[in-house]
Design a protein around this ligand. Structure first.
Ligand SMILES: Cc1cc2nc3c(=O)[nH]c(=O)nc-3n(C[C@H](O)[C@H](O)[C@H](O)COP(=O)(O)OP(=O)(O)OC[C@H]3O[C@@H](n4cnc5c(N)ncnc54)[C@H](O)[C@@H]3O)c2cc1C
Ligand code: SF4
Length: 537
């Protein structure tokens, strides 16, 4: 293939949607990813005897390496927010926060390969955090400007359910599972709204993909291809144009500057360590909120604004799990079929800026197989253990909240000064710190979780865990913020780099704020589609 018009670095949600948008405009594209391609027919083996032991399958190159900064001290005042199990006590025995691994899969499809499939539009109020609430930064794009691209993404993916503001999605909502209905009774008692979630999970056939069978395995990789991961939606549509070439297993090591503030070429390495030079007219960086700043910082392209790597936003979360007296069959169904948006607005939580949302976590917490009951709920051995297993399996009911995370100077990505990967590139170092506001938001979620579970009939809470004492990497954003002013942002509203004229960034790193618990993937896709629409041939 001759040099493409556009070379895209990273084939996750941002890279996949960019490939789709650009090929639709007639541009030729090379889509590179450091990780491998996954085949749902052969790689996602939910019918294997040991399916519970391994979550998402690992393949050579599908795991990155990361390092972590200094861990924050825990505070006696917030002891009740520590992750705790009735069998093991505190899950983090230290007096500092712990960094669990940054577990995003590398591969064609990126983190969407193992995402839950929530497909949310941002609350418009969360896009004006600086002008309205004096925190974070405003988006340089208005919600109304993004709306047509949200709709385009929802159609292409086949999103089902209701949007955050109760508009019907292109596909009808999934029916609630019995466990979702049980949580719904608790919500109703407390006067809270419980609505179908908007999900990248088909409820009807769409573009040759069948509807969901409610096996609950979304985080293990969807074997039916109905979950709208980027490899099943945007990437095949880009390939169908005949203008897209996919190159798995190619890690970009450097962006190399040329004349006139243009990127001249990139250096890549294949799994054997062979290096290649690749060239295109334009480059789209879509390696995610941790790897994109790593690549920019390592490439020494200058960081005039000082903003590359800053404003990292992690996932603020808290989950609470209890046993319900009734058999609920909670091991089946969609992980996050229903949602409560009542506290999502930036001013919805009393005394705190930044909202949250609440949704079921039973399946995401791992309770969709028997072995997890044996190790996390029942404990013990012998006859009593067997009896308890028989009477409890399927009875776990969990609810969790995800909340806003406000950027702060101590939460950022930089390069590890002493550790490199197999190609000699410094690792991305994740530095994380929770502010008092963040902790108070977690506190609010923890209280609501307990109230809801109690109202839903749960008699005993056996576990709680959250990001007060464990760093949570599920939704990450920031680090290459978009904005109008080049002194305090990295890309403009069309995602073009303020200095490097043929470089664009189209992933979670461009978010100026992260919202009150909205999942980011649909917004990443909408931004990438909008960027593509602004490209000239
Ligand atoms: C378990 C889990 C559940 C989640 N559930 C949801 C959900 O329900 N809804 C939602 O909206 N979001 C969810 N998320 C988050 C969502 O998946 C991400 O926000 C989204 O995929 C990020 O898109 P991205 O384009 O920024 O990066 P990614 O999708 O992560 O893609 C980045 C790609 O770049 C590649 N890459 C990195 N560095 C290089 C390099 N140097 N050279 C070449 N390639 C490179 C990586 O291999 C990767 O494939 C979940 C995440 C996880 C981990
Ligand atoms: S629940 Fe549906 S979307 Fe999730 S893995 Fe099973 S079939 Fe796929």
């Amino acid at each position: 293939m001759p040099d493409p018009d556009v070379l895209i670095i990273g084939a996750g949600m941002g890279g996949g949607a960019s490939a789709y948008a650009l090929t639709q405009r007639g541009l030729t594209v090379q889509l590179l990813d450091a990780g491998p391609a996954f085949n749902p027919d052969t790689d996602y083996r939910l019918n294997d005897p040991n399916w519970e032991a391994e979550r998402f399958p690992q393949k050579p190159g599908s795991q990155g390496k990361y390092s972590y900064g200094k861990a924050q001290l825990l505070d006696q005042r917030w002891q009740h927010l520590r992750s705790h199990s009735h069998l093991y006590g505190f899950l983090n025995k230290d007096n500092t926060r712990k960094f669990n691994a940054y577990n995003h899969v590398r591969g064609i499809g990126g983190s969407t390969l193992h995402f839950t499939g929530e497909a949310h539009r941002l609350n418009p109020a969360s896009m004006q955090m600086l002008s309205q609430y004096g925190v974070a930064a405003d988006w340089p794009v208005r919600y109304e400007e993004l709306l047509p691209f949200y709709r385009q993404a929802e159609v292409q993916i086949g999103v089902a359910g209701l949007t955050r503001n109760n508009e019907p999605c292109p596909q009808p909502a999934h029916l609630p599972s019995y466990a979702d209905q049980t949580l719904g009774k608790g919500m109703e008692q407390l006067g809270l709204n419980w609505t179908p979630n908007s999900l990248a999970v088909l409820s009807q056939p769409h573009q040759g993909r069948p509807p969901c069978n409610y096996c609950a395995g979304c985080n293990f990789g969807c074997p039916r291809r109905d979950k709208g991961s980027a490899d099943q939606t945007f990437v095949p549509a880009a390939l169908a144009t005949g203008k897209c070439e996919i190159r798995p297993g190619l890690q970009v090591l450097h962006l190399v500057a040329g004349k006139g503030d243009q990127i001249d070429h990139v250096i890549t390495a294949d799994p054997a360590g062979n290096q290649h030079k690749l060239r295109a007219s334009r480059y789209v960086l879509a390696a995610g909120a941790v790897e994109s700043p790593r690549l920019l910082l390592h490439s020494e392209l200058g960081n005039e604004s000082g903003e590359v790597g800053r404003n990292f936003m992690e996932t603020l979360s808290f989950a609470t799990l209890g046993l319900h007296p009734e058999p609920l069959g909670s091991h089946r169904g969609l992980p996050s079929g229903y949602i409560c948006w009542d506290f999502n607005a930036p001013d919805a939580i009393p005394g705190v800026i930044g909202g949250c949302r609440l949704s079921p976590v039973t399946v995401e917490a791992g309770f969709f197989g028997a072995s997890i009951y044996a190790s996390r709920v029942i404990g013990g051995w012998g006859k009593a253990h067997k009896q308890a297993m028989r009477s409890s399996c399927g009875n776990v009911l969990g609810i969790g909240g995800i909340g806003d995370f406000l950027p702060n100077p101590d939460t950022f990505i930089d390069l590890d000064p002493s550790t490199t990967d197999q190609h000699g590139t410094p690792l991305a170092r994740i530095n994380s710190h929770l502010s008092e506001q963040d902790i108070r938001r977690i506190d609010f979620i923890a209280k609501k979780n307990r109230e809801i579970l109690q109202a839903a009939g749960v008699e005993s809470i056996f576990e709680q865990y959250g990001s007060y004492d464990f760093f949570n990497s599920t939704h990450v954003a920031g680090t290459c913020r978009m904005g109008i002013n080049p002194d305090i942002s990295v890309v403009n509203s069309d995602l073009r780099h303020h200095r490097w004229k043929n470089l664009y960034i189209a992933d979670a790193s461009v978010f100026p704020s992260i919202g009150g618990g909205e999942s980011p993937a649909l917004t990443i896709a909408a931004l990438a589609l909008r960027m593509g629409a602004a490209f000239t041939n």
